[in-house]
Design a protein around this ligand. Structure first.
Ligand code: PLP
Length: 374
């Protein structure tokens, strides 16, 4: 029996593990010099000209960003129907209303035209999601936002290292949120980062992140609002510093593996079953395929079980957000977003992570092709 192949697995090198141990032995383990070093390294990676704050999760970061941008009760934020629930949940948590839009089938991304069609007088922000590491075409989205005086909070949880027309996601635009959850292209175990250029966001974000506290020049503490508690630890930051060093190599390896999936599956599957290939800027956070379970007379559960019996893990990213019980109870009809509904019903995430071999990809393809042939 071969080793079980999970759909993803982090790669933490020995050098990084040694740095984590050094932080643990240093006597300073929570937010301190390593957090500052990670923020500086991320800002440099994004090419300078951006401020970066790291925090305990992307979910927390997006909630902080919405609050810092003044989004709240009575406001609407336009969110794709195909994303992780967190993208919509954070909008609800700040008292605003998520307004869903459908996505394109193969890219899983929302277009500027779809954002434009959902605008109302209450719209305050747009939330493009760079699904699976494929960039949303951002220029028309940012132009739309500028024209209507809206904020743009990019959910770039999948997109650290992604490029849009050659520009790194996070190096331009309004507020960009990255996730460093264990499954993402780089990790701090749990964690996230915001990149932004607007200097007016720095103070409210710092207060949101740490109890509303600001220190004066003499070091006296005062609290100016009921802030939250989202600061990353130096232990986690040390993991992130080591991961960021490896990120270009990780993403290049992800692209090679994705290319092999296309070589194996492209000639055998209906094009709608395959994800959009993108270009060199795709960071391949996930390789997602659609399997027409209904047409094949089977179910996704049966597929997952069949793959598992062959030692292969697959994921489901994601159910359509308006189909989730909470959002249905708010009155959303999942059938109004047909591409998201189809993706939600048919999607499976095949294994893709930097330590995989080409032979692992072949093994997954053999199992998938055998299943769909029946
Ligand atoms: C992972 C993810 C998040 C949340 O990231 P956390 O760091 O786990 O909070 C948000 N949006 C998308 C699209 C994600 O995949």
């Amino acid at each position: 029996m071969q080793d079980f192949l999970p759909f993803t697995r982090p790669t933490i090198d020995d050098e990084t593990i040694a740095e984590v141990i050094a932080v643990l032995r240093s006597g300073w383990i929570t937010s301190g010099p390593k957090v500052l070093e990670l923020e500086r390294a991320l800002a440099a990676y994004l090419g300078g000209g951006r401020q970066v704050r790291v925090m305990t999760s992307a979910t927390g970061g997006m909630e902080m960003a919405l609050r810092a941008a003044g989004v709240g009760a009575g406001d609407e934020v336009i969110v794709p129907a195909m994303t992780f629930a967190a993208s919509a949940n954070v909008v609800v948590r700040v008292g605003a209303r998520p307004v869903f839009i459908d996505v394109e089938l193969r890219s899983r991304n929302a277009t500027a035209a779809a954002f434009a069609a959902a605008l109302t007088p209450r719209s305050r922000a747009l939330m493009p999601v760079h699904f699976s590491g494929l960039a949303v075409d951002m220029d028309p989205v940012n132009e739309l936002a500028t024209r209507h005086g809206l904020r743009v909070i990019e959910d770039a949880a999948h997109a650290v290292g992604t490029r849009d027309r050659g520009r790194l996601i996070g190096s331009f635009g309004d507020i960009i949120s990255f996730s460093f959850h264990a499954n993402k292209n780089m990790t701090t175990v749990e964690g996230g980062a915001l990149a932004f250029a607007d200097p007016a966001l720095a103070l409210p974000l710092d207060r949101e992140r740490f109890h509303g506290i600001t220190k004066d020049a003499a070091g006296n503490v005062d609290v100016f609002e009921a802030g939250g508690k989202y600061n990353l630890t130096d232990v986690a930051a040390a993991v992130g510093i080591g991961q960021l060093r490896r990120l270009p190599g990780f993403n290049a390896r992800r692209r090679e593996l994705a290319q092999h999936y296309f070589e194996r599956l492209g000639p055998r599957l209906d094009p709608d079953m395959l994800p959009a290939p993108g270009d060199d800027g795709h960071s391949w956070h996930m390789f997602v395929v659609l399997v027409p379970f209904g047409r094949l007379g089977t179910t996704r559960d049966a597929f997952i079980a069949a793959m598992k019996s062959r030692g292969i893990g697959v994921g489901v990213h994601y159910p359509s957000v308006p189909a989730l019980t909470y959002y249905r109870q708010l009155g959303w009809n999942p059938a109004a977003f047909p591409n998201a509904a189809r993706i939600g019903a048919e999607t499976v995430t095949l294994p893709l992570f930097p330590a995989m071999t080409i032979g692992d990809v072949d093994r997954v393809c053999d199992a998938l092709l055998e299943f769909v042939k029946r």
